[in-house]
Design a protein around this ligand. Structure first.
Ligand code: A2P
Length: 295
């Protein structure tokens, strides 16, 4: 049910993860437990989401062995810098209640403070060497951020997690990732960012796209399932989020049908080239006033 993909360092990761962005802490433990019982074995969270403790609680409540769950989390920018990021690992691991994290990634590039970003990444390299994390990566890196990182650090990231859905397909980022063996992992894989309240005006939800609706009807599946399949068949990892038990189950029930090439091409052509989330070069995330508490 949970098809794994092998990362560039040989570590195996289930392709369909369960995302908890914007999941309120009080909902998160139940949702994570529900997801694990529905068959997910990969949870994606972040220090910045404020729900790592509840993710750990959900895993423990599920009764599933910790070693059977792939845990991914992110270092927030307020913890960038070599010593700060080493400490960020300790905070996240303690909140999650684990001694080792499967995949630890930088949440954002900080183009305005790139030396701190590099030092944060060097700390991830050290954590990897020490066996405290099994793999390392980045998020929201554009090709020029990846190039700068590559030029000044040793280890190629295993994963680059970026906004990616049919209305924003980021072909340049996908190409740069592929060229260096970095797995593209899609956040908002079913386009939640195209309809989340408070993220912009006059947007159109990709879940209501007519073309995707037609393809879904042809396959007897839902638009969300079609989008997830579109990612998987093009080699990407996905982390759909839902706090609804039925939709949690639906989003991992994507292994019993296949899109044809024509479906994939038609969906690729829906790209509008307009991101829903913040432009990694235009915002200085250190101004967001988010500090990560001690465990
Ligand atoms: P809910 O939690 O009520 O299910 P994304 O992961 O692309 O950002 O999308 C997440 C958003 O999509 C959430 O608002 C979630 O709401 C909704 N959602 C998740 N799964 C489905 C689904 N299978 N069908 C429709 N909406 C979904």
């Amino acid at each position: 049910m949970n098809y794994p993909i092998t990362l560039n360092n040989g570590v195996s990761m289930p392709t369909v993860g369960y995302g908890v962005f914007q999941s309120a802490p009080e909902e998160t433990a139940v949702a994570v437990e529900t997801a694990l019982k529905a068959g997910y074995r990969h949870i994606d969270t972040s220090a910045g989401y404020g729900n790592e403790r509840e993710v750990g609680e959900g895993i423990r409540r599920s009764g599933i062995d910790r070693d059977d769950v792939f845990i991914e989390t992110k270092v927030w920018v307020s913890d960038y810098g070599y010593d700060e990021t080493l400490h960020a690992f300790e905070k996240s691991a303690a909140k999650l209640g684990v001694s080792q994290i499967d995949l630890l990634i930088l949440h954002q590039p900080m183009p305005q403070h790139f030396e701190r970003t590099l030092n944060a990444y060097r700390a991830l390299e050290q954590l990897l060497a020490d066996g405290k994390v099994r793999s390392i990566g980045v998020s929201n890196f554009m090709p020029h951020h990846l190039a700068a990182l590559r030029a000044q650090t040793e280890i190629i990231p295993a994963v680059n997690q970026v906004e990616l859905h049919p209305y924003f397909t980021q072909s340049a980022v996908q190409r740069a990732n592929a060229e260096h063996g970095i797995l593209t992992q899609a956040w908002s894989p079913i386009g939640g960012i195209t309809f989340y309240p408070g993220w912009g005006e006059n947007r159109k939800s990709v879940l209501e796209d007519e073309t995707i609706g037609r393809i879904a009807a042809e396959h007897g599946k839902t638009p969300a399932q079609v989008m997830l399949r579109w990612h998987l068949q093009q080699g990407r990892s996905v982390i759909p989020k839902s706090t609804n038990a039925q939709r949690i189950a639906q989003n991992i029930d994507v292994f019993d049908f296949a899109l044809v090439d024509d479906d994939l091409n038609v969906i690729n052509a829906l790209d509008r080239g307009v991101r829903g989330g913040p432009d990694p070069d235009a915002v200085d995330p250190s101004t967001w006033k988010l500090e990560i508490p001690e465990a």
